[in-house]
Ligand binder design. Structure first.
Ligand code: DC
Length: 220
């Protein structure tokens, strides 16, 4: 069985950037689990499914097909032969992804996909329930966190770069992040939490490099 490094944490805690760097330094494949929930959400919205109905989402998800391949040090996802790119990162997807990902059938599907990826090699997997539910047996489990203000600043910077927000929108971004945290950490199935025995890292005042170094030097 391949090794898995689990990196969990709330929105904009630095998980993606740090996990990509850890993957680069260790030669492990980078896996973005949130992108899989985003893909399901994107396809559901495209199919005009009522995402507030968990029955409708559960029924729809049985028809979702995603292909997996490795590309440039990461596990890449293809829908109808194409990577979805930024189409899964719009504010509209942000607004719908938490309720969709709270549906148990969606979680079961994504968890199965993630576990299957071990056949592709060693993995750095970032998400919300990776160390608690998907790979609880992994000895390498980390939980990143940062102050909400700092997280809002980071997310706004990304959104401005993608053309999804203007610079003055920090309060709006913070509200959206906190709203997502609330849904993610209070849902019944696999809520966001610090996995038992995981190492918690507060990234508020640390550079990406420092956080990655902390993880790499603690890999068992
Ligand atoms: O990390 P992200 O912002 O791309 O994640 C999008 C959403 O997907 C997040 O709000 C909750 C959900 N998610 C989850 O429930 N479990 C994971 N392992 C990863 C993401």
């Amino acid at each position: 069985m391949s090794n898995v490094i689990c990196v969990d944490g709330p929105a904009a805690s630095g998980k993606s950037t740090v996990s990509k760097l850890v993957a680069k330094r260790t030669g492990y494949l980078y896996v973005d689990s949130g992108a899989l929930y985003r893909i399901v959400t994107w396809l559901a919205l495209e199919a005009e499914i009522d995402t507030s109905s968990s029955e409708a989402v559960a029924e729809f998800v049985r028809r979702v097909r995603v292909d997996f391949t490795t590309r440039e040090g990461r596990v890449a996802y293809e829908v109808r032969g194409e990577e979805p790119g930024d189409r899964i990162r719009t504010p509209n997807i942000n607004a719908h992804v938490s309720p969709v990902s709270a549906v148990p059938e969606v979680r079961a599907l994504v968890t199965g996909w993630l576990r299957g990826m071990r056949s592709l090699g060693n993995l750095v997997v970032e998400g919300r329930d990776i160390g608690s539910v998907v790979f609880p047996e992994s000895p390498n489990r980390f939980y990143l966190d940062a102050d909400p203000e700092e997280r809002a600043r980071r997310r706004l910077k990304e959104d401005v770069a993608k053309g999804f927000a203007d610079k003055g929108a920090v309060e709006k971004v913070k509200e959206s992040i906190l709203n997502r945290d609330k849904i993610d950490s209070t849902r019944k199935t696999a809520p966001l939490m610090i996995p038992e025995g995981a190492m918690r890292i507060d990234t508020t005042e640390l550079s990406i490099d420092e956080v990655a170094e902390k993880i790499v030097s603690n890999i068992k």
